[in-house]
Design a protein around this ligand. Structure first.
Ligand code: NCD
Length: 315
């Protein structure tokens, strides 16, 4: 079922050992990954199951809530013929007895061929990868990174907008805590001539060091409190206020109505593509769904072929 190109891509050493940050995907691998994801999407239209990964086991360790990420990784694994073992919720795992994440990873590495980890704490994926004997994928570590979401977002932009360079992207509304925004900015900084406007309340802005880092990588990045700036961009990428990581919760509630994509504003804007990693909480009015720019459910569906391509590359 896999194309010749895909078979040859799978040959030799894995191109990605661990995927902790979007930078762990080398430039040369990115295009291959997107092309393989297109191959995978084509296989989804044929009601047969790939058998390339029969006998392989994927471990899902999700110690923080998840719907899309866990289910699309499960779907991707099933589509490849791999078996899945899973833990959802830290409370039911031995972490709650005081076991370290390192020991958990050492043990699960003896059960599975690849580990996918989500954890509420920034930096845990790095610690886990350090001791993992099998490839490890970071499925979100606190407010730090969510590299597979960035791959899905980039695949979607490439598919719907035709390119990943020379883009003007507005991103909101919690730039400080959204790991999806962090990883996507890092991803877009690898292509020429991209500019990002971060939009949200000043309290949730990036600090100077974060801005400098991305600017140093060639991304033009600025921030504003003005929602109207979003509607001046070609692509809008919005995400809910990350309430679980905001110390002053009243702040998120106060700003919910101010930072919202409404039908009227979007319909008459320059925006050609509206993305959201989801879940949607309040940041996009439901009426917006019927506009052609609303691509977030198509973006969510792209998770399966992109994650299939990634698993095929790493296992
Ligand atoms: C994102 C996440 O978990 O960071 N969701 C996802 O994986 N699609 C975004 C969010 O929770 O707001």
């Amino acid at each position: 079922m896999l194309s010749k190109a895909e078979e040859s891509r799978g040959a030799g050493h894995p191109a990605i050992r661990h995927l902790v940050a979007i930078d762990d995907v080398p430039d040369a691998v990115l295009e291959n990954l997107f092309a393989t994801a297109e191959d995978m999407a084509a296989t989804l239209r044929i009601p047969t199951r790939l058998s390339s990964h029969t006998g392989r086991i994927i471990a899902l360790l999700f110690f923080e809530p998840s719907s899309r990420t866990i289910l699309s990784f499960r779907a991707a694994s099933a589509r490849l013929g791999a078996g899945v073992i899973a833990h959802q919720g830290a409370g039911s795992s031995s972490l709650s007895k005081g076991e370290s994440i390192e020991d958990t990873i050492r043990v699960v590495g003896g059960y599975a061929d690849l580990i996918i980890l989500r954890h509420e704490e920034s930096g845990v994926a790095t610690r886990a990868a350090r001791v993992s004997t099998v490839p490890l994928i970071n499925a979100g570590d606190g407010g730090n990174e969510h590299p597979t979401q960035a791959l899905i977002d980039m695949f979607t932009i490439r598919k719907e907008y035709g390119r990943l360079h020379s883009l003007s992207v507005g991103m909101g509304f919690d730039p400080q805590h959204s790991r999806s925004i962090h990883s996507l900015c890092r991803g877009l900084s690898r292509y020429a001539n991209n500019s990002v406007m971060l939009i949200g309340p000043r309290e949730l802005w990036w600090d100077a060091a974060q801005l400098d880092l991305l600017r140093g990588r060639g991304l033009q990045v600025d921030q504003t409190e003005d929602l109207d700036a979003l509607f001046e961009c070609e692509i809008a990428y919005v995400n809910r206020f990350q309430a679980e990581r905001i110390s002053d919760l009243g702040l998120a509630l106060e700003y919910r109505d101010r930072y919202r994509v409404r039908y009227g504003a979007l319909a008459k804007s320059k925006i050609e593509l509206l993305l959201d990693p989801l879940p949607r909480v309040h940041e996009i009015e439901e009426e917006v769904d019927e506009l052609p720019q609303a691509a977030y459910f198509r973006q969510a569906a792209n998770a399966v072929p992109v994650r299939m391509a990634l698993l095929a590359l790493m296992v």
